[in-house]
Design a protein around this ligand. Structure first.
Ligand SMILES: Cc1cc2nc3c(=O)[nH]c(=O)nc-3n(C[C@H](O)[C@H](O)[C@H](O)COP(=O)(O)OP(=O)(O)OC[C@H]3O[C@@H](n4cnc5c(N)ncnc54)[C@H](O)[C@@H]3O)c2cc1C
Ligand SMILES: *[C@@H]1O[C@H](CO)[C@@H](O)[C@H](O)[C@H]1NC(C)=O
Ligand SMILES: *[C@@H]1O[C@H](CO)[C@@H](O)[C@H](O)[C@H]1NC(C)=O
Ligand SMILES: *[C@@H]1O[C@H](CO)[C@@H](O)[C@H](O)[C@H]1NC(C)=O
Ligand SMILES: *[C@@H]1O[C@H](CO)[C@@H](O)[C@H](O)[C@H]1NC(C)=O
Ligand SMILES: *[C@@H]1O[C@H](CO)[C@@H](O)[C@H](O)[C@H]1NC(C)=O
Ligand SMILES: *[C@@H]1O[C@H](CO)[C@@H](O)[C@H](O)[C@H]1NC(C)=O
Ligand SMILES: *[C@@H]1O[C@H](CO)[C@@H](O)[C@H](O)[C@H]1NC(C)=O
Length: 419
């Protein structure tokens, strides 16, 4: 590359500074990205791999199966047929519910991505899909991945279903922990939170971080129990990931509260790699932060335990009424955010009519935009300072950063360099 004058360099300056890492204030603390010389070597990755239950994954955007155009690397008609299937997307580490998050906006405002429409004649680019990661199936997998990301100062992304409306489970040139296969489900009719007294018994369902609502509802029904959770076509939203940490709104919330009201215990791998329990008795400050303090900011949650309810006729009638409202007003995975929001608002109104006593208490960080003027105020209000101090305690090095998450104000918009 040749530059005619110093001015030509200006647009590239931030990238150059980020790469060389020590030409400006604080830049030595920038996260290390794929493609830079600081990126772990093949040897580093093989020692990581030796600690894992699965091979490392190399996520790719879903449309990459259609490239190169003349000689596709995968089954492109399969991709075309399933393109807007939310569960098909959640099953792939490189696919996102909102395909915008598979792309990357360059400094010159051009967009790099991998398009399903191959006649556009554009190259298939990795976009914001992390190029490498860990397919976590055990707690030890998560611990090894967290320690590795910390040691190498990587830009870390935790991805579950990829449904996030703010794209917080994507990151260009980042390292991914994919929680999708943490599918354990167990029911305990006499669950006692760790450290609680013996009379604090909760009939509870414990869900691994990768469980989706369709699986959670089925498991609860098998036990003749009811669990309050998210509803969408395909029920593909994660039941123990971003949904609950952002509040966890349910069509049943008017009657049974938000996800956070029903979560009695979390297990989580912290930034230091330790796996701990967080509940009302142990790590209670972390427990408080996990219930609405936003996803992706505290550690990697490995399971959530939820209170369940009797599946009595009264509950069944509420469920049926809500399901009916959903049948009337539904949306499909490919619909735009606006259509989804409008439909959801109409549903919320329907649901409110079902229970005139409790007001519907939607928050709503989970459905917010990337352009909140002040996320601290709109999402967390007076709780922000307390959340910030809990963040400092559990994640002093800010390994866990997400857009508009607690502590993200100290980082640039790409969450790569401190500001
Ligand atoms: C079709 C659809 C329907 C929806 N319906 C509802 C609804 O009914 N009610 C509602 O409240 N919201 C709903 N949402 C919003 C949804 O709750 C959020 O998008 C939520 O962030 C999804 O979480 P996820 O874990 O499934 O997705 P992801 O995009 O994979 O993750 C979301 C965020 O959580 C973090 N995260 C995920 N897992 C973990 C983990 N184990 N540990 C730490 N961080 C983690 C990620 O890093 C990311 O920041 C819906 C979204 C869609 C697309
Ligand atoms: C910049 O950092 C690199 C390694 O990160 C180091 O080798 C080099 O000496 C540093 N240069 C300056 C001028 O500090
Ligand atoms: C490709 O996918 C389509 C649609 O799912 C399927 O019918 C077809 O058998 C697949 N082809 C191959 C070669 O697997
Ligand atoms: C894609 O869709 C086709 C048609 O609905 C279906 O037969 C196929 O099983 C789907 N493929 C995957 C991988 O889900
Ligand atoms: C914009 O930037 C991208 C990435 O650096 C580059 O590939 C592309 O050619 C640029 N486009 C224009 C019009 O300059
Ligand atoms: C694909 O792109 C071509 C070229 O821009 C356009 O003419 C065509 O309508 C697009 N096809 C679809 C299905 O969007
Ligand atoms: C899942 O459950 C099995 C059987 O109880 C257990 O051995 C395993 O450790 C659990 N996995 C996780 C990630 O909790
Ligand atoms: C309970 O919390 C303490 C610190 O608060 C921690 O040392 C201990 O490991 C936790 N116990 C469990 C089971 O997580």
């Amino acid at each position: 590359m040749r530059f005619r004058s110093l001015l030509d360099l200006v647009p590239f300056l931030p990238a150059i500074l980020a790469q060389t890492g020590n030409s400006s204030k604080g830049s030595t603390n920038c996260r290390c990205l794929y493609g830079q010389s600081c990126w772990p070597s093949e040897q580093d990755f093989s020692s990581l791999s030796a600690q894992l239950s699965q091979p490392l994954i190399r996520p790719v955007p879903p449309a990459s199966a259609c490239y190169p155009v003349g000689n596709p690397s995968g089954n492109c008609s399969d991709v075309q047929q399933n393109w807007s299937d939310a569960n098909w997307r959640a099953d792939q580490p490189g696919a996102y519910e909102n395909i915008n998050f598979e792309t990357y906006t360059n400094r010159n405002d051009s967009i790099s991505g991998c398009y399903l429409n191959t006649t556009l004649g554009l190259p298939c680019d990795q976009g914001s899909v992390p190029p490498i990661g860990v397919d976590a199936r055990t707690v030890e997998d998560v611990q090894a991945a967290v320690r590795f990301a910390g040691q190498h100062n990587l830009r870390l992304v935790v991805k579950n279903t990829g449904h996030d409306y703010l794209g917080r489970s994507a990151g260009r040139n980042a390292f991914m922990i994919w929680t999708h296969h943490l599918k354990n489900i167990s029911y305990d009719g006499n669950f006692i939170p760790e450290g609680a007294s013996n009379n604090e018994v909760v009939p509870a369902l414990t869900l691994g971080a990768g469980v989706q609502w369709r699986e959670a509802y089925a498991a609860a029904a098998e036990q003749q129990r009811f669990i309050t959770g998210g509803i969408s076509s395909g029920m593909s939203v994660g039941a123990a990931g971003g949904w609950v940490m952002g509040g966890g709104h349910s069509a049943f919330s008017a009657k049974y509260g938000l996800g956070v009201d029903n979560a009695v215990q979390f297990t989580i791998v912290k930034a230091d790699g330790d796996h701990v329990i967080a509940n009302a008795h142990n790590n209670s400050d972390l427990f408080w932060a996990l219930r609405g303090g936003g996803a992706g900011s505290w550690g990697v949650v490995t399971s959530v335990t939820y209170k369940t309810y009797d599946l009595v006729p009264l509950v069944m009638s509420v469920i049926n009424a809500v399901m009916l409202a959903y049948t009337v007003e539904t949306w499909t995975a490919g619909d735009s955010g606006d259509i989804v929001r409008q439909a959801r608002q109409r549903i919320a109104q329907e649901v409110r009519r079902l229970d005139p006593i409790s007001p519907d208490s939607a928050t709503y960080m989970n459905e917010a935009s990337l352009y909140e003027p002040d996320f601290r105020k709109s999402f967390f209000g007076s709780h922000y300072d307390r959340l910030r101090s809990i963040k400092r305690k559990y994640d002093p090095g800010s390994l866990f950063l997400v857009a508009e998450g607690v502590g993200s104000e100290d980082w640039d918009g790409s969450l790569i360099c401190p500001v």
